[in-house]
Design a protein around this ligand. Sequence first.
Ligand code: ATP
Ligand code: MG
Length: 364
Amino acid sequence: MALFGKMLKEEESVFKDPIALDYDYMPKLIKGRGEEQRKIALAIKPLDQNRTGGNLVLFGDSGVGKTVICKHMLRIVEEEADDILPIYVNCWKKNTSYKIFVDVCEQLGYRLTHNKKTDELFEVIKRLVNKKSVVFVFDEIDKSEDLGFLYSILEEIYRKSILMITNEAGWHSGLDQRIKSRLMAGMVEFNYYNSKETEDILNYRKDYAFVEGAWDEKSFSKIISKTVKLEDVRSGLYIMREAGNNAENRSSKKIEMVDVDEAIKRLDDFNIKSIDSLEPELKLVLKIVKGNEKCKIGELYDKYKVAGGDKTYKTFQRSIKKLSDNKFISTKTFVGGTGGSTTLVDYSKDKSKPLTKMKKLSDF
Ligand SMILES: Nc1ncnc2c1ncn2[C@@H]1O[C@H](COP(=O)(O)OP(=O)(O)OP(=O)(O)O)[C@@H](O)[C@H]1O
Ligand SMILES: [Mg+2]
């Protein structure tokens, strides 16, 4: 077809199996994260002896492997333990107790969910699950609008392990005391991958996704260093796919530096455009954060007022949360001490950090 001009024919493609570059592709082999896997295994282990398991909050920044590690652990449970049910729910997609219970019912093979109320759905879940043990993974749990589902599970499911994934280190500190005291969760932090780990992960995906010899070594190394800098494996996968497309568009069977550079530029441009699209109030807050590294939120508010900001402290806190959810900035909450909890706010280390999970601001 003329529209596609000189592009490569299928048998000449640099791609072998591009699905391996999808963000939610489940690699057969997990690279590293041995310690995190061990902590999860220890929490689940009692279920295998008919006792209840431990609960964990797994936290860390975007693209550090939280989801893939938990899904991998569920895969092991599914393969190795007949009496333990593996359940995975993404609470960004299913963001109410009702939707979560419908999802859980369906995963348990119960499909008559329509016209049932939240309580009735939970009765079904209880009946099905309490015959066995269960590992729940609630991914993006901070995105759920309510936590009624968590309370119900804590109260009425006997043998369970609950794994809660979040980007927010301090998420659990804001929980209702009734949930907190029943949950007693351990904390597992996912730190950024180092250069060697990043290389292992991306190399593995490269071998699945691209035909042999498609990559020029130097170009691929550039992707690894950019990914390490961005501290997000997902951005590496994005650059690999884009670079592959760029090579194909110029009818080359080899992916070279020019293709990688163009892909990196697109990633950086996307982020800059995203900043431009922020509403003026958020731009002002971002400017204040940018000019004051690792500052406490209260101190930042004072500087914001001096700079002409006229919103209340509560609104300011909401703006910080929006910017943090969208990865423009990062926040860390420390609990304890005489002053209760403190939030430290910092500008993202690399302003070209991709917004791979950008939400529309109207979603808030
Ligand atoms: N240890 C690993 N081994 C193999 N692949 C990995 C590993 N860690 C991350 N990945 C891959 O990197 C990508 C991002 O990982 P993942 O989706 O688990 O990140 P995340 O921490 O859940 O991020 P977010 O908070 O944005 O949801 C995925 O495509 C995943 O397959
Ligand atoms: Mg995830």
